[in-house]
Design a protein around this ligand. Structure first.
Ligand code: AR6
Length: 231
């Protein structure tokens, strides 16, 4: 079970899942390095309360626009649980659009433990950041800063002091960071999505015209940043 041969050859989008993915990577020749891979969380859909159905539409559209500019590189949408609504919506919509599942798939796991616990090597991970680029605050931001150690905060502060909604910024991780040594992550891309939560700064209230524009811009900026690392 879990061999590469079991992944259908046609363009049916499948959830690689942990077992299948582990098998395919472990089955690779030891000298083969895995293709450049960006793991990203669903931006804005938890603490920032962006509508999940609309977000899934935007993810699939922007992935489709970008996927052919990435060569052999891969994009992976990650969430913590098998019950994740965003993963299942995106999986369904990507299948309808016949997006190549070898280049884009969903994966269940902690984005800070993808290689050690999931057997999936992602050299770049995205963070759903806050505008001050501060550690903590819960969600995936807190998880990434905790896993990376103080190096990430230092390296981030060297690059920028804040981020505007819709923008992304690449931070190379020092090799002393445990996220680098344990997981093989060389870069973190911070992304600031639109905020629909009245308790957080810059709330768009219910303005989904603006929100959609900003979330699209956030993903395109994320993918551009990843492409610059890869090329
Ligand atoms: N691994 C993978 N996915 C995760 C993890 C993890 N360790 N933790 C959360 N997710 P959120 P936002 C998923 O709230 O909505 C922060 O406090 C989660 O299930 O982290 O953009 C920042 O400082 C969801 O699908 O980001 C900002 O202030 C996705 O990651 C604010 O929250 C994003 O959830 C940003 O809110």
């Amino acid at each position: 079970p879990g061999s590469l041969a079991e992944i259908p050859k046609e363009n049916h989008f499948v959830d690689a899942g942990q077992d299948q993915q582990m098998g395919s990577e472990n089955g690779a020749h030891p000298l083969d390095s895995p293709p450049p891979t960006l793991a990203f969380p669903s931006i804005s859909t938890a603490d920032f309360q962006f509508n999940i159905d609309r977000a899934s539409e935007i993810i699939v559209e922007t992935v489709e626009e970008f996927i052919n500019k990435l060569g052999n590189a891969r994009l992976v949408l990650v969430d913590l649980s098998h019950g994740s609504k965003i993963l299942s919506l995106v999986k369904t919509k990507a299948a309808i659009k016949n997006i190549d599942h070898k280049k884009f798939f969903t994966f269940v796991g902690d984005i800070t433990k993808l290689r050690s616990e999931g057997g999936l090597h992602c050299n770049v991970i995205a963070n759903a950041a806050n505008w001050r680029l501060k550690p903590g605050g819960g969600g995936v931001n807190a998880a990434i800063y905790n896993a990376a150690g103080p190096d990430l905060d230092t390296a981030t502060k060297n690059r920028a002091g804040s981020l505007a909604p819709g923008k992304a910024i690449t931070v190379p991780l020092p090799s002393t960071s445990s996220l680098f040594s344990k997981e093989g992550v060389t870069h973190v891309i911070h992304v600031l999505g639109p905020n629909m939560n009245p308790k957080r700064p810059n709330c768009l209230k219910d303005d989904y015209n603006k929100g959609t524009k900003v979330l699209r811009e956030a993903y395109l900026s994320l993918f551009e940043n990843f492409a610059s690392i890869v090329n």
